[in-house]
Design a protein around this ligand. Structure first.
Ligand code: ADP
Ligand code: MG
Length: 480
């Protein structure tokens, strides 16, 4: 029977949140021993567990357990046991074989649930070997100081405010994905750019499309990924006209659009099988489907699914089906992958930020334009902690003002916006995309299949500006 579940008062929350914002083994080591236990408890609380503090109920012989973790439903058995060791983060203060053996003995005695042995320091080689060797049932999970920081960052950016006002992940999310994970999840050479903003109508899709088409015009092979269930990008990128398709490859059957990203998320097909050609040369698409809305699990943590998408998008199978111009029918890797995201705190935004090298945030000059942008940062940081042990952040290339109209109001709002930006660790692109109703016409023309390119509107300043935005983007990422 579980005892009293821990609750955290405002003072503790404030203190631990500061550590959440900038975790390091040294800063955790600086806590008092019992405070470190409380901090670890707070981390697991934010990670969606009910936490029972049992550090005082020690076993007579040997170390006990500090915390028992439960899911939110009452009456469920213990999900995991936690022992927190606040050791000096230094090579001469490592957890050794004896500690491992004692904790394993404890787990065996207590039965059932797996155990996390967590330290601000690290484990020595013997301890790791022993843990692997004796851990046939996979019950023992070792979390060192560096992994604990990664876990903290991941949880911090994966929380949602619940009905009780607590900011937590909706379902218990342990640090298991960290254990044995490589330092860097392997990535392809395709430069992957996510276009995101929780706000709708700020020109995410328009920006993704125009940057993609501009890159293709420069000879790059581009994959556009439509992670928005509304499917605007997919609508803008029809399949090649049949005659064209037949010319390309007589024996290649025209792919059908009824296979789309929802078939990947439901586990039916591999992601790479969904790559489809479009009416535009060198532009391919991973198409959206309305089903994506139904499958959205929201902004909560799903580390395994997030990692899986990132790996699938960067797998060697993810290639352009053929190079039309060569006539050889060979497949080739993409040079660029551009990801369009939905206007919501969404599972799809998370995976887009997990899979990308850099991100662009389109904004409109309007009141509260910058609201929610720090949320994108937290998510980006969490996703970075997921995919790499290094501390390189997702490169936030900047906010770009789109749909800009010069009125008294917008000029005033723009001044407010520019004044607010320095508080965020993000810059503003020099390029501003003006409001241009021909963009609307171009969408319609493309959807109807009549247009070869948005830039067919040579007189459109918006189209010209998108070329400039690409130049600026290329300069920021180091020309590719
Ligand atoms: P989001 O993807 O962020 O929801 P969209 O790219 O769909 O935004 O753009 C929202 C609407 O604004 C669309 O109708 C689009 O055609 C229009 N739009 C986008 N950029 C411009 C622009 N520069 N000038 C005029 N209309 C634009
Ligand atoms: Mg959109």
């Amino acid at each position: 029977m579980p005892g009293q579940m821990m609750a955290f008062d405002a003072q503790h929350v404030a203190r631990y949140e500061a550590l959440f914002a900038d975790p390091s083994p040294e800063a955790m080591y600086a806590l008092e021993p019992h405070e470190f236990e409380w901090f670890v408890a707070y981390v697991f609380f934010c990670a969606g567990y009910q936490v029972e503090y049992v550090a005082e109920q020690r076993f007579p012989n040997g170390p006990g357990v500090d915390l028992n973790l439960y899911s939110n439903e009452p009456g469920q058995p213990i999900r995991a046991r936690v022992e927190a060791r606040r050791y000096k983060p230094s090579p001469d203060r490592l957890i050794d074989l004896r500690d491992i053996a004692a904790f394993m003995g404890m787990l065996e005695f207590a039965g059932g649930a797996p155990g996390y042995l967590i330290t601000t320091s690290d484990f020595n080689a013997n301890a790791r070997v022993a843990a692997r060797h004796e851990n046939a049932e996979g019950n023992l999970r070792l979390v060192n100081g560096a992994d604990l920081c990664r876990y903290v960052t991941y949880i911090r950016g994966s929380r949602i405010r619940d009905a009780q006002g607590n900011v937590r992940t909706p379902t218990p999310t342990g640090p298991d994905w960290l254990i044995g994970s490589p330092d860097h999840a392997p990535r392809s050479n395709a430069f992957t750019l996510t276009v995101t903003n929780n706000k709708g109508g700020v020109a995410k899709t328009t920006t993704t499309l125009n940057l993609g088409l501009a890159l293709a015009q420069q000879g790059k092979r581009v994959l556009l990924v439509d992670l928005d269930g509304q499917g605007s990008l997919t609508a803008d990128l029809p399949l090649p006209a049949p005659a064209e398709g037949a010319r390309r490859r007589a024996q290649a059957p025209l792919p059908r659009r009824d296979a789309a990203l929802h078939n990947y998320f439901s586990g039916e097909v591999a992601l790479a099988t969904l790559v489809q050609p479009t009416r535009f040369e060198r532009v391919w698409l991973l198409p959206s489907h309305p089903e994506l809305h139904r499958m959205d699990t929201g902004g909560g943590a799903r580390p395994d699914a997030e990692l899986a998408f990132m790996q699938a998008l960067h797998s060697p199978e993810m290639v352009a089906p053929m190079i039309e111009t060569s006539g050889e029918g060979q497949s080739a890797p993409f040079d660029w992958i551009l990801i369009d995201t939905p206007s919501a705190q969404s599972f799809y935004t998370r995976i887009a930020l997990a899979a990308c090298d850099a991100a662009i945030i389109p904004i409109n000059v309007e009141a509260f334009a910058l609201n929610g942008i720090s949320g994108a940062f937290e998510t980006a940081k969490a996703m970075r902690a997921l995919v790499t042990r290094g501390d390189d952040a997702v490169r936030m290339l900047g906010c770009v003002i789109t749909r800009w109209k010069s009125t008294v109001n917008t000029r005033r709002e723009e001044a407010i916006l520019r004044a607010g930006l320095p508080q965020l660790p993000i810059s503003l692109f020099r390029t501003v995309i003006p409001f241009d109703e021909r963009i609307e016409q171009a969408h319609l023309a493309i959807t109807a299949g009549g247009m070869r390119n948005l830039f067919g509107f040579a007189a459109s300043t918006a189209a010209l500006r998108y070329n400039e935005l690409l130049d600026e983007t290329l300069a920021k990422v180091g020309s590719r």
